[in-house]
Design a binder for this molecule. Structure first.
Ligand code: PLP
Length: 458
């Protein structure tokens, strides 16, 4: 495609007036009715009212909405002004280092207060809960990115925040805890002895997102003025992240380009959804040829090796059952450094799109991911969070394929966070101590045996 003007332009910036006014709801583009979540107790489909003890009504409405677009409240857009629109950056120096004809662009979400994409949904979640009179939000956090984002957002809207942090990350990332506490949150190491769920999982001392979710849900379910907030997986969370892709479309237009391939890492699926869904809508509407690649860690290969079935969102079985690719709700992923990618399932909406063949999935070992992250940091300056290092590896593989084929393809990826508080992982990599933790098929087999009794999904 033809390019415009400045041959060295690196950053494509939008003014605050172009912060999106609507979120893109990809559910409206899918054929048929989505499979409903099922009650963890009865196995019956859940309606919006069943979710009311945990979530604000406005968020539940978004969760089940079939509207193609949902208006972003002015208060949320005002809060977004603190860091949005985020830059779109052309990785010219990486292109040069790789000697590739590919054009590589990345959306940089590390400029948010918490350093990742997570505040894009933390802010509206805190806003809608505060609007409904809720006083406190309880949540889990993996790498600490989500917990810090929600702590920041709760502070903005006058809510208390209680965070259960996955044990291994709590130990590896003490400064994330300091960040959360700076914004006024209370932080517990999970599994904790504060909840039934935590006590029942005490032998898994490294913890997992699934266990931490069980703890936070238990706390929220116990009091009327406390709700639960989830940083990924649910449709309303994916919805809020679509500001990333909407801005990217406008910024790529400034560059006079359109992506041939869109790449993002996947933990629960929200940052990938954020960059991909607006472009997927364009592909579906305009018959474009864009490819989408969701990248996960080889140690927790949900999309590439999981089973498509109804499963619980948490370890203990307190959350609704959702149709998704799963490694089994009691699969405890190995303690890889990309703590935010250690989740046994994925967003049902993303899983449905992978199942339909609209999105490809790929698994990458962490040593290869960090090798590429260091290459990226040397070329572009930014030190990525451990999670998007997986996407960067896939980008570099794509750029190398472009070189081998002499193809000037345009690659877009989401650099969903910086790694300034994850430097212990870099230290481990640089000193040769980072290992590729084994994904144990044996453990997964065991976990899959405990899949809940639920209708099979086709
Ligand atoms: C920087 C970063 N990227 C990605 C993820 C993965 O989550 P999701 O797949 O929902 O974007 C996380 C989760 O904690 C994260 O902190």
């Amino acid at each position: 495609m033809a390019k415009k003007s400045d041959p060295k332009q690196t950053k494509y910036l939008l003014p605050e007036s172009e912060i999106p006014t609507k979120w893109v709801n990809i559910a409206a583009d899918l054929p048929g009715e989505p499979l409903p979540p099922l009650s963890p107790q009865t196995g019956e489909p859940l309606g919006p009212e069943d979710l009311a003890p945990l979530f604000a009504m406005a968020l539940i409405e978004q969760e089940v909405s079939a509207e193609p677009e949902i208006e972003i409240p002015e208060e949320v857009r005002d809060a977004y002004r603190l860091w949005r629109p985020t830059p779109l950056i052309r990785a010219r120096r990486l292109e040069q280092a790789l000697d590739t004809p590919a054009h590589i662009y990345f959306k940089y979400e590390g400029v948010s207060p918490a350093g990742s994409h997570k505040p894009n949904t933390a802010v509206p979640q805190a806003f809608y809960n505060a609007q409904q009179g809720i006083k406190k939000l309880a949540t889990e956090t993996g790498a600490g990115q989500w917990g810090s984002s929600l702590s920041f957002a709760c502070q903005m809207f006058g809510l208390e925040c209680e965070v259960f942090m996955v044990g291994v990350s709590y130990d590896q990332k003490p400064y994330r805890r300091a960040m959360m506490e700076t914004w006024g949150a209370t932080v517990h190491r999970s599994p904790s002895d504060l909840t039934e769920a935590g006590r029942s999982q005490a032998e898994h001392s490294t913890g997992s997102l699934g266990i931490a979710i069980s703890e936070a849900v238990e706390v929220a379910a116990q009091s009327d003025d406390t709700n639960y907030a989830l940083g990924s997986v649910l449709s309303h969370v994916c919805l809020h992240q679509t500001v990333i892709g909407e801005e990217a479309i406008a910024q790529l237009e400034m560059a006079g380009e359109y992506p041939d391939v869109v790449i993002g890492c996947v933990g629960g699926g929200s940052n990938f959804a954020g960059i991909a869904f607006p472009l997927l809508r364009k592909k579906l509407k305009e018959g474009l040829d864009t490819r989408f690649v969701a990248v996960e860690p080889a140690a927790c290969p949900t999309l590439t090796q999981g089973t498509y079935a109804y499963d619980f969102g948490d370890t203990v079985g307190m959350t609704p059952m959702m149709p998704m690719y799963t490694l089994g709700h009691d699969f405890v992923p190995p303690p890889v450094h990309a703590g935010g990618l250690r989740y046994h399932g994925d967003a049902p909406i993303l899983c449905a799109l992978v199942k339909e063949g609209l999105i490809d999935a790929k698994a990458i070992p962490q040593t290869e991911a960090f090798e590429s992250a260091v290459q990226f940091a040397k070329a572009e300056g930014i030190i990525p969070a451990p999670e998007p290092t997986h996407a960067i590896r896939a980008v570099i593989e794509e750029a190398e394929a472009a070189k081998a084929e002499g193809d000037e393809r345009v690659i877009l990826f989401n650099l969903c966070g910086h790694g300034h508080l994850d430097l212990a992982a870099y230290q481990a990599f640089l000193s040769g101590e980072l290992e590729d933790l084994e994904f144990s098929e044996e453990d997964m087999k065991k976990a899959l045996e405990s899949l809940p009794d639920a209708p099979a999904v086709a």
